[in-house]
Design a protein around this ligand. Structure first.
Ligand code: ADP
Ligand code: MG
Length: 151
């Protein structure tokens, strides 16, 4: 199942992130796909807001992982620069952890991704327009997409 939206500025993308985040539960994994500057970090700001994260969510590109506390933990991963880094942390701890795990550039680590996840695909149409498609991979995320159809 999938549902697509168009947004016309960053705030609209954050609002959509909030709606998605409302239906996420601890242990859920969200994979963000789309080019550089598509809006992956921007939509994560909205997801975090609805999980009760108060701190400002910024790109974890240089740290790979940022952890935020909210109603449940938010693990925000950006694996763009993973290659060549000598990581001393275990990504599986986040992916299998008891928070919501949001991953930019997830297919850098295809082999450790769960079978079931929510995908958010963001496509840049022009400077301010984005096409955003939310789709479930696996039955346990159907309800997240269904909830978006009710708006
Ligand atoms: P990514 O994490 O995918 O590299 P970011 O979220 O960091 O992308 O950056 C997206 C950039 O695009 C920001 O500068 C943001 O202000 C801009 N932008 C313009 N229009 C939109 C939109 N409709 N949705 C999201 N971001 C937008
Ligand atoms: Mg980003």
């Amino acid at each position: 199942m999938e549902k697509s939206f168009k947004t016309f500025n960053a705030d609209e993308t954050i609002e959509l992130g909030k709606k998605i985040g409302q239906n996420l539960i601890p242990g859920n994994v969200v994979l963000l796909t789309g080019d550089l500057s598509a809006g992956k970090t921007t939509i994560t700001k909205g997801i975090g807001a609805s999980l009760g994260v108060k701190r400002v969510i910024n790109s974890p590109t240089f740290t790979i992982v940022k952890e935020y506390s909210g109603n449940c933990p938010l693990y925000h991963l950006d694996l763009y620069r993973l290659d060549g880094l000598n990581n001393d942390f275990d990504l599986e701890d986040y992916i299998e952890g008891d928070g919501v795990c949001v991953i930019e550039w997830p297919f850098q680590v295809s082999e450790i991704l769960p079978k079931e996840y929510l995908e958010i695909k963001i496509e840049r149409i022009d400077e301010f327009t984005r096409s955003i498609t939310i789709m479930n991979h696996g039955d346990s995320y159907v309800r997240v997409v269904e909830a978006l159809w009710k708006h």
